[in-house]
Design a protein around this ligand. Structure first.
Ligand SMILES: Cc1cc2nc3c(=O)[nH]c(=O)nc-3n(C[C@H](O)[C@H](O)[C@H](O)COP(=O)(O)O)c2cc1C
Length: 370
């Protein structure tokens, strides 16, 4: 791999500015470790799971990374949904203690009323606070105001700008990444802030090259890594992602009502595949005609029609019981239509990195030497 050097790669000691997102229920220790082994940086998502699961996933990562030096940081991160931490401070302390015991290199915070509280908790309990080995705090955000806060008040070590295209949860009113990234890059520059990395809708190396020229020092991909065998998504989820086109990726609260995962901060919704299309029916995955105009009614349409939430929840529970994939919840960013196959996570990092290098070099060729 020809290294790409940015302030992010220097901070983390990595060769590629490619980060795999923490994804609740989808990114465990295997995915995070493989991304790091390929030269990028991987995150475990510690969403709704109990502390035991986090311990298990960190154990998997530790083994894959052959990490035996207890003095060295474990070169992956763990991402938390801050509203879940706020819901149960006891559980929060247990989870954060596990992360500190395992000496992970980074903690990612997003979606809470009081992110600063958790950043402070980590810093106050980190034996290496103040040194180069200290846990690095990543803060994911979607507005210029939040960027000001994250730099000035929270003193984040890395800022993650999440655009509207992002799979999974995010600010419904967030700007597209092509606008958000340079806006936040200006804030970072004016405040002499930390590395900025960009997230949302990324699928190919050319997009990464463009963001590096827009002021980002790295990128975050979630959905693309769901299409690796190391993610915790099932084969049915992956088939749905491969079959989907980008117009099926929609922002909605339908899935949170259906799953009863409510409590997100105001303005947050989730981007996933508008389910219920024929693409989700077993046996017709290869169907390539009209997509969500299909006649199968499922969660999003039910929700938009005002169907009683209890009914929507019951339908989802029945679908899970009978193995009916038409109601499957598949989070996916708007880049999903650019994704065509499942690949090992290390190959994804290598492919994205090589494409990015090629496009950065190719862009230079556009300039005519006088
Ligand atoms: C399945 C899934 C789960 C996610 N879970 C989390 C999470 O637990 N915490 C978080 O901060 N972001 C989460 N995200 C959002 C990611 O951090 C990131 O912003 C997003 O994946 C980037 O967009 P992309 O999926 O289009 O690459 C999730 C995304 C997906 C697809």
């Amino acid at each position: 791999m020809i290294p790409i050097q940015t302030s992010l790669t220097k901070l983390l000691g990595i060769e590629s500015p490619i980060v795999s997102a923490p994804m609740a229920g989808a990114s465990g220790g295997a995915l995070a470790a493989q991304v790091t082994l390929a030269g990028g940086f991987g995150f475990v998502g510690a969403g709704y799971e109990p502390p035991d699961s986090l311990t298990r996933e960190l154990g998997i990562a530790r083994q894959l990374l052959q990490h035996t030096d207890d003095d060295a940081p474990l070169p992956i991160g763990v991402g938390f949904l801050a509203w879940q931490l706020e819901k149960s401070p006891d559980r929060a302390e247990q989870l954060l203690s596990i992360v500190l015991e395992h000496r992970v290199q980074a903690v990612w915070l997003a979606f809470g009323q009081d992110l600063g509280r958790w950043a402070d908790y980590v810093r106050n309990h980190d034996k290496n606070a103040g040194s180069a080995k200290a846990v690095k705090i990543f803060v994911q955000l979607s507005t210029v105001e939040q960027a000001h806060w994250a730099i000035k008040e929270c003193k984040a070590d890395v800022i993650v700008a999440q655009g509207n295209e992002a799979g999974g949860h995010g600010l419904g009113a967030s700007l597209p990444l092509l606008t958000l990234c340079p806006l936040i890059a200006d804030v970072v520059k004016s405040l002499n802030g930390p590395p900025l990395i960009a997230a949302g809708g990324l699928a190919i190396g050319a997009q990464i090259a463009s963001l590096l020229t827009l002021g980002a020092q790295g990128v975050v991909l979630g959905t693309r890594f769901l299409l690796s065998p190391e993610s915790l998504y099932t084969d049915s989820h992956r088939q749905a992602l491969i079959a989907a086109d980008s117009s099926q990726s929609v922002r909605t609260m339908a899935f949170d009502y259906a799953r009863n995962t409510l409590g997100w901060p105001e303005g947050i919704d989730g981007r996933g595949l508008r389910n219920g299309t024929k693409l989700f029916s077993p046996g017709v995955m290869a169907f390539t005609g009209s997509t969500f105009k299909s006649s199968i009614i499922a969660t999003v349409v039910d929700y938009e029609r005002g169907t009683d939430i209890a009914v929507i929840q019951k339908k989802l529970a029945e679908a899970i019981k009978t193995g009916d994939n038409t109601r499957m919840v598949v989070w996916a960013g708007s880049g999903v239509g650019l994704m065509t196959k499942t690949m090992p996570a290390q190959d994804i990092v290598n492919e994205l990195h090589e494409e990015c290098v090629r496009h950065l070099r190719g862009a230079g060729d556009l300039v005519v030497n006088a």
